[in-house]
Design a protein around this ligand. Structure first.
Ligand SMILES: Nc1ncnc2c1ncn2[C@@H]1O[C@H](COP(=O)(O)OP(=O)(O)OP(=O)(O)O)[C@@H](O)[C@H]1O
Ligand SMILES: [Mg+2]
Length: 235
């Protein structure tokens, strides 16, 4: 049996005195796509931030056989863990192409994709390669942020609410793009509210409630669990 690529054990996190993560457990296999679901405010983004070292983690986080809890964020990124935060931060005064170049982590080692291949894969961005990133639509900015992170050649990418605030047609495109990333063999931890997207691409689903994982299963099993949806997801 292959080893998990990422293992999270008994992860806790605090904002001041507020105890937000209360013993999160999670495992992601190489190339696996996981959806992390949950209502607003349950701690999904905090889980992503704690894994990335942006919030101090308490607990054990192992990535590709190495403990990463306690490492600085840039070191974690260099080990091959990509992160696309909710904030879609691009460099608005640089072109799309320049933004992609900034995502490259190791200029000497060729990554999975060159800039040109990346642009071929995502024609929306290719058309705008020489435009300033600041003028892109919300959906295009989301795609650019994902592509920039991919230029760092991650083995696992954590994507936090990529479809939030996007029009339905663009939601579909962003969903297609995440499916393409998964097909390229990159493992994905997808934080997503829209069940349609999550269930379409995930091999396994985790549901979070009050800072803990309250359900874990396949999309097929999840679809039969109206009780879980009612208790932990529906508003
Ligand atoms: N910087 C912060 N300082 C203090 N409290 C925070 C901070 N960030 C988040 N929280 C609180 O921690 C809890 C979990 O927040 P988190 O952002 O992880 O939620 P979430 O599951 O991603 O939900 P959503 O994205 O819908 O807000 C919330 O109660 C939130 O108010
Ligand atoms: Mg969040």
């Amino acid at each position: 049996m292959t080893e998990p690529m990422l293992t999270v054990k008994d992860l806790h996190a605090f904002y001041g005195k507020s105890h937000v993560l209360r013993g999160v457990h999670m495992e992601i296999m190489p190339g696996e796509v996981i959806a992390l679901l949950g209502r607003n405010g349950v701690g999904r983004s905090t889980t992503a931030k704690a894994i990335m070292g942006e919030v101090p983690p308490k607990g054990e986080i192992t990535f590709k056989g190495q403990r990463i809890d306690g490492l600085e964020s840039y070191r974690i990124a260099h080990l091959g863990l990509g992160y696309v935060p909710e904030s879609r931060d691009i460099f608005p005064m640089m072109t799309v192409r320049e933004n992609l170049i900034l995502g490259i982590k190791d200029m000497k080692k060729p990554g999975r994709w060159t800039i040109e291949e990346m642009l071929e894969m995502f024609p929306n961005l290719k058309e705008r390669a020489d435009n300033l990133a600041g003028v892109l639509s919300g959906g295009e900015k989301q795609m650019l942020t994902m592509c920039r992170t991919l230029m760092g050649n991650p083995d696992l990418i954590i994507i936090d609410e990529p479809t939030e605030g996007l029009a339905p047609k663009i939601v579909q495109q962003v969903g297609d793009m995440i499916a393409d990333i998964a097909r390229a063999g990159v493992a994905i931890l997808l934080v997503e509210q829209k069940l349609s997207i999550a269930l379409r691409i995930a091999a396994r689903v985790y549901v979070m409630g009050h800072g803990e994982i309250v359900y874990e299963g396949t999309p097929e099993d999840f679809k039969t669990r109206a009780d879980i949806r009612k208790e932990w997801l529906e508003v």
